[in-house]
Design a protein around this ligand. Structure first.
Ligand code: CA
Length: 348
């Protein structure tokens, strides 16, 4: 990365300090100390958990959960890995942040209750900004430069639900595109999705990709909770990333080993894949999550609960494919994402 492409904010000194030493061998459970002077704690700070596990020589992989505070597979899988990963079996360094937007995870909300900050719209952050911006700035300037691979574990939160998917973006650099596709398949989710973002500005994804590093995200479920199935995908997926990049000397656990269908590579090539509601009302699901739909098929209806005499408004799929994501819960507003339809992706 050239000097002129580094945002000014990255060179500012962080106000956050770490209790862990990123170069120390072994396993360290520590915290990032985030200054937070407030009415109930004049000289107070937030202590945001971070775990560093290092042994031998190898790549550095960061796993983050809780980028959004109402998505739970990430925090659980990252904490499981933090407790269970034995440094004696590791070749490399693993940096674990189970609750990236720590205040949001504490309150079970997508965004921070302190400043309203959406962590995944806050990169590269600002050292003298809000709490959310300070965390983004610390991660951007102090942690991402250490990493070879970054895995950011999302789910749909309270307002979306997904067929469990590992996700990457279409990349211009072909060798990095191929390497990321390999890592995506190694993760071992039911779907491997090459995603077109509706709005990629400020995302950690964009920050990591602009540094030329391997980045994988996920959408592992949602609806504001977890299932045994989505947690199994998360727990196997994070270890598979370590196996794939050689930090663990053991073979990737393949879906076929469990008699499951191999990962289905899919993509969302344009905005037509996203079905956005123009109406407010009660959302009737016509095509369930994970079903195959045809172009033009009715996938949902919005009922006007103010006026039972009105026919519900029908929403149709603009293409044939898999109903990858649906709106949650039952009430929908104008502008909400009602569903996402993904198509099969053919690797060149
Ligand atoms: Ca999310």
């Amino acid at each position: 990365m050239s000097a002129e492409s580094i945002p000014l904010s990255a060179t500012e000194k962080s106000r956050i300090s770490a209790s862990v030493d990123y170069d120390q061998a072994g396993k360290q459970f520590g915290y990032l100390s985030i200054p937070h002077s407030r009415d109930d704690s004049a000289w107070g700070c937030l202590r945001m958990p971070i775990v560093v596990i290092k042994s031998g020589e190898g790549p550095t992989v960061m796993f983050a959960g809780g980028n959004h505070g109402d998505e739970y597979e990430g925090p659980i899988a990252v904490m499981n890995l933090a407790r269970n990963l034995d440094p004696k079996t590791l070749q490399g360094r693993v940096i674990l942040i189970p609750a990236l937007n720590f205040p949001a995870v504490c309150s079970g909300t997508r965004t921070s209750p302190i400043d309203g900050g959406n962590m995944n719209r806050s990169f590269p952050g600002a050292s003298r900004g809000s709490i959310t911006n300070m965390i983004a700035h610390y991660v951007y300037s102090q942690i991402l430069p250490l990493c070879d691979v970054v895995v950011d574990i999302h789910s749909g939160g309270k307002t979306l639900n997904f067929v469990p998917a590992a996700i990457m973006h279409e990349l211009e650099d072909q060798s990095r595109m191929e390497a990321t596709l390999d890592a995506l398949l190694a993760f071992g989710a039911p779907v491997g999705l090459v995603l077109r973002e509706l709005d990629a500005d400020g995302m950690m994804d964009t920050a990591v990709e602009s540094m030329g590093k391997i980045f994988i995200s996920t959408e592992l479920g949602g609806g504001g909770s977890v299932t045994a199935e989505t947690l199994r995908v998360a727990d196997i997926g994070v270890r598979n990333v370590l196996r794939h990049f050689g930090l663990l000397d053991e073979p990737v656990v393949r879906r076929e080993d469990y008699d499951l269908e191999p990962t289905r590579l899919m993509h969302t090539p344009d905005a037509d894949c996203f079905i956005i509601s123009d109406d407010e009302g009660i959302y009737e699901v016509v095509a369930d999550l994970g079903t195959e739909v045809e172009m033009g098929q009715v996938i949902g209806r919005v009922h006007n609960h103010q006026d039972p005499s009105r026919e519900p408004v029908e929403y149709r799929s603009h293409r044939s494919g898999l109903l990858l994501c649906r709106h949650y819960p039952g009430h929908i507003k104008r502008g909400d994402c009602a569903a996402v339809i993904a198509e099969d992706y053919h690797r060149s």
